[in-house]
Design a protein around this ligand. Structure first.
Ligand SMILES: Cc1ncc(COP(=O)(O)O)c(C=O)c1O
Length: 382
């Protein structure tokens, strides 16, 4: 089977360095809040150009800590795409806030800024005071942050960038993490920058947001150890994960370049087939971290059958995401923008993610493309 994500190929390259780093942690024994965590925060701060970085236990916790840092209150609303992973919206009800679902754009899979105004009005009409917007850099490309930030500014809202997938992406020469008041990323193993367990980070230039998030991630700790300023959680990053990430960060820029080459190769091979497949579009001034390479299939192609066929050829695929978030029971009671979710529903039915990692070879991409071609040419009807 071609690996969907090949963590082993990467590990082989840096295994000795990772072993060394882990051994150093075993030697000093500071498994919680050891020096590697601070070293990683400093390096991530230089990487993004963002003043404050807080490493934590997962991407979901990074979103939650960001909401706490933004002082969200029960009953307040946050605009979030319906076409995303559950974490983006799940953190809102956890603090008593209300997700308001907005549609995405078909070419980028990201929040459609044109629909913000109607979405805000939808919430106002039912008495919800919206405080912020959470764009998601889905599959690696950041959302259209200028339009979103402008809308937020004009309506007195904050912007929390869910950069779990887009970390490493760029918008107008600014690196993801540094495109809004606050951003959260995930270091889940399969992410562009992943550790060997759960991990995440919060990025902000705002000292107060950072300080609240920092305190909240250690039980709401105050200035002294057993003194508490607020209700918090236990959301620290383990020192061993920080040690692993320090080595992975060293090769991250190179891996991002390799991911771009893989995406270019897919684009070249798939577009030459003239199959009516929509390929992922990266807009001018944007760079994707290529967390996923996701295509949109023509409507008359049976996605399940294509997946089965590709599996029989040792090609794994995935559907991110088959059901819009608002259709899941726990989310069904939350408001949907009056501008509708047409694109979200369309994408849920027709997207398909192909193997993507920095070490995917061109002959594998040709093999994958040829097999997609063989299936589509034979099965033009569902
Ligand atoms: C868009 C998005 N947001 C948030 C998360 C949550 O990250 P984690 O799994 O580290 O909690 C993920 C990870 O899968 C994600 O894809």
């Amino acid at each position: 089977m071609i690996p969907f994500i090949d963590l082993n190929a990467q590990q082989k390259l840096i295994r000795d360095k990772i072993d060394n780093r882990i051994n150093q942690v075993l030697d000093h024994g500071q498994y919680i809040l050891g020096p590697e965590v601070k070293e990683l925060e400093d390096k991530l701060s230089s990487f993004t150009g963002c003043k404050h970085v807080l490493c934590c236990s997962s991407g979901t916790d990074a979103l939650l800590l960001s909401l706490l840092g933004l002082k969200i209150k029960p009953g307040e609303g946050v605009i979030v795409p319906a076409f995303t992973f559950a974490s983006s919206a799940e953190v809102m009800p956890l603090v008593g806030a209300i997700p308001i679902f907005i549609d995405v754009k078909r070419d980028t899979f990201n929040l459609d800024p044109i629909k913000l105004s109607d979405t805000l009005k939808t919430a106002k009409d039912i008495g919800i005071s919206v405080k912020g917007i959470m764009p998601v850099g889905l599959f690696g490309q950041p959302a259209e942050m200028d339009s979103i930030n402008d809308f937020a500014k004009n309506n007195d809202l904050w912007v929390l960038d869910d950069a779990a997938q887009s970390f490493g992406g760029i918008y107008k020469d600014k690196i993801v993490g540094n495109l809004s008041e606050v951003a959260a990323t995930s270091f889940f193993p399969a992410k562009p920058l992943g550790c060997y367990g759960d991990g995440g980070a919060v990025f902000t230039n705002d000292k107060e947001i950072y300080e609240i998030a920092n305190s909240s991630h250690i039980h709401g700790m105050g200035k002294k150890r057993y003194e508490y300023d607020r209700i918090g959680m236990n959301a620290r990053m383990s020192t061993i994960q920080a040690a692993i990430l320090l080595e992975k960060l060293e090769i991250f820029r190179d891996e991002l370049k390799k991911r771009q080459i893989v995406a270019d190769n897919y684009n070249k091979n798939l577009s030459s087939l003239n199959l009516n497949i929509e390929l992922p579009e990266i807009q001018k001034n944007f760079k994707s971290s290529w967390a996923q390479y996701t295509i949109i299939l023509p409507e008359n192609i049976n996605r399940d059958k294509l997946q089965e066929y590709l599996k029989s050829k040792n090609i794994p695929t995935a559907v991110y995401y088959p059901i819009p978030l608002n259709e899941h029971k726990p989310y069904s009671k939350y408001p949907v923008s009056k501008s509708g979710l047409d694109v979200t529903y369309y994408l849920s039915k027709n997207v398909l993610s192909l193997p993507m990692h920095p070490y995917l070879k061109e002959d594998e991409i040709i093999y994958i493309s040829e097999n997609i071609n063989n299936f589509i040419k034979k099965h033009l009807d569902k």
